[in-house]
Design a protein around this ligand. Sequence first.
Ligand code: C5P
Length: 228
Amino acid sequence: VNAVAIVPAAGRGERLGFGVPKALVPVRGTALLTHAVRGLLDAGCVRHVVVAAPPTEVEGTAELLRAAGLTAAVVAGGADRTDSVRRALRHVVEIIPDARVVLVHDAARAFTPGAVIRSVVAAVAAGAPAVVPVLPVADTVKQVDPAGTVLATPDRAALRVVQTPQGFDTATLTRAYAEAGDSATDDAGLVEQIGVPVATVPGHHYAMKITTPFDLAIAEFILSAGEA
Ligand code: C5P
């Protein structure tokens, strides 16, 4: 199965302190977005990538990827992540009406192993309408009130940390984006809202979200170690 991948990278978040949006922060001289798109295309099961970029950066982003030898479509993102994915999804449905499997992948998870990408696509191809890569939780997790006082300790064995790419049957994701009322912090959350089951496959530590300078140091390590 050939999947189509959406990469929302339209945020202007500059929390990493490089003075550029996170997707453009370099690791070994190459932007996180470039690493992420290359990882998707190199996985061997993604035939098309659609990136949502800040509206003023569409041409610049397309040029960045072209210069890296990568073929990807770039569309203008929206006001928030959900809106950016919705716009990219509309583009996917327009240009590839027969795309049956769609992935949504964080640019910040730039070093996700190809094996994770392939197993998400394979699970959707095998019939799961929605699939997320997950890891067990190593730390005990507490639920707290706004003052920080502990309310409860959920059973750690039943908790998972969720990564991307998240994979969907295209019709299911399209319906979730059309029907889900509340916003969600991940795409599978919208699918859950419309009552569709979400399956899990094993993720990988290298699929970590790069958000802090510490994470960037880990990313340098991953790159020097090669893919798992
Ligand atoms: O800022 P935040 O961490 O919530 O962004 C999560 C992801 O969503 C980032 O990859 C960011 O580029 C993307 N995003 C987007 N369109 C927006 C805002 C954020 O694609 N308008």
